[in-house]
Design a protein around this ligand. Structure first.
Ligand SMILES: Cc1cc2nc3c(=O)[nH]c(=O)nc-3n(C[C@H](O)[C@H](O)[C@H](O)COP(=O)(O)OP(=O)(O)OC[C@H]3O[C@@H](n4cnc5c(N)ncnc54)[C@H](O)[C@@H]3O)c2cc1C
Length: 406
């Protein structure tokens, strides 16, 4: 019997790959291996509706087990892949079994950074990646009163807003001068204002020195000298790509598993996609690793089609969103250094988009309160057309009219 296509990592990229393989007509054996106990689910709600308790696990799952059964996807859940032999095309699992593969997708994603801060191992100090993490934070938030959020990147800032919406007293500690520093000063200032309007105390330009307590967390001490009594803390300091399987093989690792524009690693028949993949992006002319939900699904779908011989380049302008209280911020594309920035709308009204140009070409846009701008910016970026910056800045000019005529 033919060897299966094996997908390692059962979340957004893994689910997208197996779904695409079947949709595109692959009828051969197909195995999805994942070390979490449940079938793939969406992570974005974990810091939003799921943590608040307004959506449950069933509502955020991509499919139930019967669906995978129906599509003849063999699910190996709660099982970890421990070693990869690219010469023999075999993968070893921690239940003692081995799988041969004809083609393999590494969709192992990332795991949270846990810097060696004193006391980080205390009970009550959480981080958030999985549904189990979200359950633990929710349980702590339902009984606790005071929370400290460490790091105000996308996930940390969402967690701070959600815990506040759940009625906790929240203090957030962030070394940068604003939250969401990667999205620019203006967005950072608006998000800082939002947190303060909702009663979150922000300690910006500060960092955690230690988590204190006997076995259980009782306080968080900052380098700036504050001691914050706390019932729970949530650490949101970014992720590291889960690259272990590639180590010791011919697959190159450099801030993620290195793949070309067709999602191929250096080993024959082995692909990678999603948070774990550092991919050559034809439009950018360089490699980039992206930690966004839509990207994980789209890139894995491209990898799946390429396994079936499509020969497709993956060149999507990367898009993501984040919800901060009632404000949705979106971004698409990648700015270039030395590029020009044009603004449309009003920061004060929190309805504004910033467009980033490389010469006359739009390469990125970020904004809040003007979702159609970002959707159309994505289409303009993908079309690669030249645009007049004055048109981008003028809200009376419809972005749709700047698109090439079909
Ligand atoms: C709380 C939270 C909120 C987010 N919100 C947003 C948002 O608002 N917008 C946005 O665009 N993105 C958001 N993201 C990011 C988005 O969820 C990720 O980009 C996406 O989950 C990446 O999918 P993936 O399949 O590549 O990797 P992952 O989701 O990391 O999945 C990889 C899976 O592989 C498993 N695995 C790893 N190694 C092995 C192994 N050796 N054997 C077996 N299994 C293994 C892991 O346990 C995991 O289940 C959020 C992420 C989090 C955590």
């Amino acid at each position: 019997m033919a060897e299966p296509i094996v997908v390692i990592g059962a979340n957004t990229a893994g689910d997208s790959a197996v779904t695409t393989l079947r949709r595109e007509g692959y009828r051969g054996p197909l195995v999805l291996v994942g070390d979490e106990p449940q079938p793939p689910y969406q992570r974005p709600p974990l810091s939003k509706e799921y943590l608040r308790g307004t959506r449950d696990l069933e509502a955020i799952r991509y499919h139930d087990l019967a669906h995978y059964d129906e599509h003849e996807v063999e699910m190996r859940l709660g099982v970890r892949a421990t070693r990869l032999d690219t010469a023999q095309r075999r993968v070893h699992l921690d239940d003692g079994s081995e799988l041969g593969y004809q083609q393999l997708l590494l969709a192992t994603g990332g795991r949270n950074r846990r810097p060696p801060i004193p006391g980080i191992g205390l009970e009550g100090v959480h981080d958030l990646r999985t549904v189990a993490d979200a359950d633990a934070i929710r349980a702590a938030a339902l009984t606790g009163r005071r929370a400290v959020v460490v790091g105000l990147g996308l996930v940390g800032s969402e967690v701070a807003s959600t815990l506040r919406q759940m009625g906790l007293e929240v203090t957030a500690v962030e070394p940068q001068p604003t939250p969401l520093a990667a999205l620019g000063d203006d967005i950072g200032r608006v998000v800082a204002e939002l947190h303060r309007e909702h009663g979150v105390e922000l300690l910006l330009g500060d960092a955690v020195a230690a988590f204190e307590g006997q076995e259980r967390l009782s306080a968080v001490r900052t380098r700036g000298g504050r001691r914050l009594p706390a019932d729970l803390a949530v650490v949101g300091l970014g992720i590291e790509p889960a690259v272990e399987l590639a180590r010791g093989t011919t697959i190159e690792v450099d801030d993620g598993i290195v793949v070309d524009e067709r999602c191929r690693t250096h080993a024959p028949g082995v692909y990678a996609a999603g948070d774990v993949a550092s991919h050559h992006h034809p439009r950018l002319g360089r490699r980039v690793r992206v930690e966004h939900w839509q990207h994980a699904g789209l890139q894995a779908a491209t990898a799946a089609r390429n396994m079936l011989g499509a020969g497709e380049d993956y060149d999507e302008p990367h898009w993501f969103w984040t919800d901060q209280y009632d404000l949705t911020i979106q971004s698409v594309g990648t700015p270039v250094t030395g590029g020009r920035e044009v603004r449309r709308g009003s920061v004060e009204e929190r309805a504004v988009s910033w467009f980033h140009l490389d010469g006359a070409r739009l390469v990125a846009a970020v904004g809040m309160g003007r979702p159609r701008d970002i959707a159309l910016a994505g289409r303009l970026i993908a079309a690669g057309v030249e645009v007049d910056p004055a048109h981008l800045a003028d809200p009376t000019v419809r972005l749709r009219d700047l698109l090439p005529r079909p």
